[in-house]
Design a protein around this ligand. Structure first.
Ligand code: PMV
Length: 321
């Protein structure tokens, strides 16, 4: 009753921000993302009759009590599905610095979903696995399929999951994460999702999203990088506009975030195409084409507020190893 899985984090181009059914992580809107080749989590799960309680180690360390309880709740769902009551040993290793302020919940819960369900003897297809991962962390459902995926919001636990919309080698997009802060964020994405509904701009974004999603898919379909860049920036700005106008307000960005944004805008004036998006944190995901990756990366590293960068290409989804 043991299995090991690897999974990548993903960057959302169209974001999940606001939960329609919080207990099931069912979102208000569809979201679209790309898996990140260099932000990986490997997880081993073993269910054992001799354990009195679940044992969870992340990068060889025990977790905070809140995070541990979240993993136990997730394991309980799998135990119920598989009709077993053995406790588990869970070992997780992130290849990116776990204090880098990069969300590890997507790679973490997708790897855990596959490793734990396999160890428990369940054989779930990709759609069911994606729906299961969603219960751990919404965005984790998008790390299950390969390459570029769309999470269709669905109406129920079974119908809310992500599928591949384009394969890994579809387009040579890169995501260079410019890490400007390694601190753990003060407000979790869970708190952000809840607060989002109190922003007057929440409804406005929902109104605009159907067109933005159609346009974004067209940008992908036609490989129109300029249109893609414009739309992902609009979407990132909207997320932070909503966070900052939530009651009480949430500020995820810092002055270094804006240093990076300003630099990108100046580089674009000179013809270098690179665009930004941010999740619920200050680090900037800089999206560029492969032909520009060396140049953009070396320029990013020269910005004083950038501590380090992580270069990613589109990656496979969650798999057993
Ligand atoms: O999966 P969660 O609950 O951590 O929410 C993810 C929220 C964002 O990263 C900001 C957006 C997204 O769609 O990934």
């Amino acid at each position: 009753m043991k299995a090991k899985a690897v999974s990548s984090a993903n960057i959302a181009f169209i974001k999940f921000w606001g939960k329609k059914v919080p207990s099931l992580n069912i979102p208000f809107n569809n979201s679209i993302s790309m898996n990140l080749s260099n932000c990986l989590t490997k997880t081993t799960v073993e269910f054992r009759p001799d354990l009195k309680k679940d044992m969870v180690l992340v990068n060889k360390k025990t977790m905070s009590s809140d995070s541990y309880q979240r993993v136990v709740r997730f394991l309980n769902i799998i135990r119920k599905m598989a009709r077993i009551n053995y406790k588990a040993k869970v070992y997780t290793q992130n290849n990116f610095p776990s204090d880098a302020g990069i969300a590890s919940s997507a790679s973490g819960f997708s790897a855990l979903a596959l490793a734990a369900s396999t160890a428990a003897g369940l054989k779930l297809n990709k759609n069911r696995l994606s729906a299961l991962a969603r219960l751990g962390s919404g965005s984790a459902c998008r790390s299950i399929p390969d390459g570029f995926s769309e999470w269709r919001k669905g109406k129920s636990d079974e119908s809310s999951y992500a599928r591949e919309i384009f394969p890994v080698n579809y387009w040579d997009l890169c995501d260079i994460v410019a890490v400007v802060s390694s601190e753990r964020k003060k407000k979790s994405s869970g708190e952000g999702h809840e607060a989002a509904l109190t922003s007057p701009y929440f409804k406005e974004r929902q109104k605009q999203l159907p067109k933005r999603i159609t346009d974004f898919k067209m940008a992908l379909q036609k490989k129109d990088f300029e249109l893609l860049g414009k739309l992902i920036e609009e979407e990132a700005i909207d997320l932070h506009l909503i966070a900052m106008s939530s009651k009480p307000p949430i500020f995820y960005l810092n002055n270094h975030t804006f240093e990076v944004i300003e630099s990108l805008r100046a580089w674009r004036e000179k013809g270098l195409q690179a665009y930004f998006t941010m999740d619920a944190g200050p680090n900037v995901h800089v999206i560029c084409r492969e032909k520009d990756v060396v140049k953009v990366n070396s320029k990013l590293k020269k910005i004083p507020g950038v501590n380090f960068t992580i270069v990613n290409y589109a990656a496979l989804g969650t798999r057993l190893i």
